[in-house]
Design a protein. Structure first.
Length: 142
């Protein structure tokens, strides 16, 4: 690949991905970003959701629980509390977390603050979107 950039996706536990790619697509707090080689340097926060890495014309899909994105002209670093390949996201656990969050929001559960319940709901929905996208594209298995 002549025109590439290096990507590192790292969670607090381990490195999830490190390699060369053609482009990276992420959900930043202010909207969707597409990063290509020679992108302007950037530092921003990420929302819970998918990270797509384009390698040889095929997408690899990952899920991050939020985090930080640093872009240099030929290097992209994603630091996340939790990161995993989209194929490793547990659909049953995400559905259970979504149901728990919905219950906490509707019941006004005093043990779980509204903001915390809404954050858990956003994370569960992001995981489920990652699973759905992976099913549609057949990606995430590398």
């Amino acid at each position: 690949m002549a025109n590439t950039l290096h990507v590192d996706i790292v969670s607090s536990e381990k490195e999830i991905f490190s390699g060369e790619c053609e482009a990276v697509f992420v959900s930043a707090l202010m909207g969707e970003l597409g990063i290509y080689p020679r992108h302007t340097p950037l530092l921003t926060s990420l929302k819970p959701g998918e990270v797509r890495v384009l390698i040889d014309g095929k997408e690899e899909q990952f899920y991050v629980s939020g985090g930080t994105l640093e872009v240099q002209p030929h290097i992209v670093t994603i630091l996340a509390d939790t990161a995993m390949r989209a194929g490793d996201v547990d659909e049953a656990a995400a559905l259970a977390a979504k149901a728990d969050a919905e219950r906490a929001i509707s019941d006004g559960d005093a043990t779980v603050g509204l903001a915390e319940a809404q954050a858990k709901m956003a994370e569960a929905m992001a995981q489920l979107r990652s699973i759905e996208r992976m099913r549609k594209t057949g990606g995430g298995s590398h």
